[in-house]
Design a binder for this molecule. Structure first.
Ligand code: ZN
Length: 141
């Protein structure tokens, strides 16, 4: 039996790498790198705490990689990917609104709908088209 075959046998039925695994590994490596500077310039206590997180993320990475509960790990990865996609959409929306200089975006205090209002300086009264609540909008700059 060669090593490659043994490794394949060992890994069969185990989860292996995914996007979340690379993320936890990346966090662990980044924290370890930051900790080099903390150790050199910061306090020893802070170093120990960060080192604990480094090992925690590393343990999580290894645990998920060798886990036999494949469906559960796949669900975790799916949640992680959804969270990433959500964050990306939020960032795009934020950039889009920032680029739109002719309008301001405000939430209705009652129904929480986001309203796109003309960019006029000062205090104005507006009516939410969804729930007909009148509220005051302040626009600075
Ligand atoms: Zn409303």
């Amino acid at each position: 039996m060669n090593f490659r075959y043994k490794l394949m046998q060992f890994m069969s039925g185990r989860y292996g790498p995914d996007k979340l695994m690379y993320a936890t590994l990346g966090i662990s490596v980044c924290l370890a790198f930051v900790n080099l500077f903390v150790r050199a310039f910061g306090g020893f206590k802070a170093y120990l705490i960060i080192q604990l997180f480094v090992y925690a993320f590393l343990a999580l990475t290894l645990f998920r990689f060798f886990s036999r509960n494949i469906s559960k790990r796949a669900r975790e990865n799916e949640k992680f990917r959804n969270a990433l996609a959500f964050a990306k959409r939020r960032r795009e929306l934020y950039n889009q609104r920032k680029a739109d200089e002719c309008h301001v975006y405000r939430k209705c205090p009652r129904c929480k709908a986001t309203l796109r209002l003309p960019h006029r300086l000062g205090k104005h009264k507006t009516v939410c088209p969804r729930c007909n609540t009148e509220f005051t909008v302040k626009v600075k700059k």
